[in-house]
Design a protein around this ligand. Structure first.
Ligand code: BMA
Length: 349
């Protein structure tokens, strides 16, 4: 597609979805040219938020019945991460439950993962799905569903190990659930691309497609990339924030990137920014349990205004919020578009 044509029409790009006027919001700072800007009162969740929990980060939120609900990665005071629920009236101040989120399996028996981290929370039709990194003889994807945030049913693990990053698209395509994920190895993997898989029933997964590779001109995503929040449906495609990782002599650095996937075939990348849109710069991103980590896991968005709030984990210690609008981010991704060679699936003409 001709970039110029899209550029000219970019102000008409709209979020496809509902209204959310009560979502958190802050205008772009005067004079800023950044495509994404931080909430001035970050972090919104600090250390030791409730008894028994040392740190909360890499967590997911959603609007629910006039309030906001969160599924939090809670690092407990024995160092293990578990899922905890939280509630907020404004998306900024959170009441975190001190008890772990209670799961049952499909037979109704109690189910408690050995550990659970990096949850995503996605509504598809009338059901909310939590996708997290679980222990299945190594890191693998776990998935559970709820309709009321009171009972949570853990479903079969979608994939074999190892895989630590999974997120559903918020709408079925051709009758199938669509799951983005990042297969990997058992450790802090020095590689990784984003793939897409389909399922008619959340049990059997297939039609695996490669979506996009690490790399490109930008070194910030040279080691691995992984899905972030559920992609946002827009009139121009699925707006996807993700994390990209680079290696330094002092460890890994996690930044946030942006891409737009084709609406009908999200394995096709329409645009992908060669630049990061958020990278560790503030004290709460640079300093913490794991320094230099910006890890987006959720968004809230309002179709009427095009506003987007991105919730991200900072330094494996805090929760931060960054803002953008659909037109700001679309302009940026188109202006800085770079399709990495491997974005096309190998073997396909
Ligand atoms: C990744 C995941 C994330 C974490 C990041 C940085 O492998 O474990 O949860 O934020 O490392 O430590």
């Amino acid at each position: 597609m001709n970039k110029l044509n899209v550029d000219l029409g970019v102000d008409s790009v709209r979020i496809v979805g509902g209204s959310l006027p009560e979502m958190p919001w802050q205008d772009k700072p005067e004079g800023s040219e950044a495509p994404v800007w931080r909430y001035s009162e970050n972090p919104v969740i600090g250390r030791n938020p409730v008894p028994g929990i040392a740190r909360i980060f890499n967590s997911a939120v959603a609007p629910y019945e006039g309030r906001f609900v969160g599924v939090f990665r809670a690092e407990t005071i024995n160092g293990r991460p578990h899922l905890h629920l939280g509630w907020s009236d404004d998306g900024l101040a959170w009441d975190i439950e001190t008890e772990r989120l209670h799961l049952v399996d499909e037979e109704g028996n109690d189910y408690q993962p050995n550990y659970a981290y990096d949850p995503r929370l996605v509504r598809v039709e009338d059901t909310y799905y939590i996708i997290w990194c679980t222990d299945f003889y190594g890191a693998a994807l776990g998935i559970a569903q709820t309709k009321d945030f009171k009972s949570f049913v853990r479903l079969e693990n979608p994939f074999l190990p190892f895989n630590r990053n999974g997120v559903l698209l918020p709408r079925k395509l051709n009758g199938n659930f669509m799951l983005l994920s990042r297969p990997s190895d058992s450790g802090h993997t020095p590689f990784g691309d984003i793939f897409l898989s389909e399922s008619p029933d959340l049990v059997y997964w297939g039609k695996h497609r490669h979506v996009m590779s690490k790399g490109g001109q930008g070194w910030w995503q040279s080691v691995k990339i992984g899905g972030g929040p559920a992609p946002i449906e827009t009139t121009e495609g699925w707006l996807m924030f993700y994390h990209g990782v680079t290696g330094t002599c002092n460890g890994l650095v996690y930044s946030m990137g942006v891409a737009v996937l084709d609406l009908d075939d999200p394995s096709k990348v329409k645009y992908r920014s060669s630049n990061f849109v958020l990278t560790p710069e503030e004290w709460y991103e640079e300093r913490g349990f794991v320094p230099n980590v910006v890890f987006p896991c959720a968004t809230l968005h309002d179709a009427d205004t095009g506003r987007i709030a991105i919730y991200y984990g900072a330094a494996d210690t805090y929760v931060g919020i960054a803002y953008t609008t659909v037109s700001d981010i679309m302009k940026y991704v188109i202006a800085t578009d770079e399709v990495v060679a491997d974005d096309r699936e190998s073997g396909r003409m």
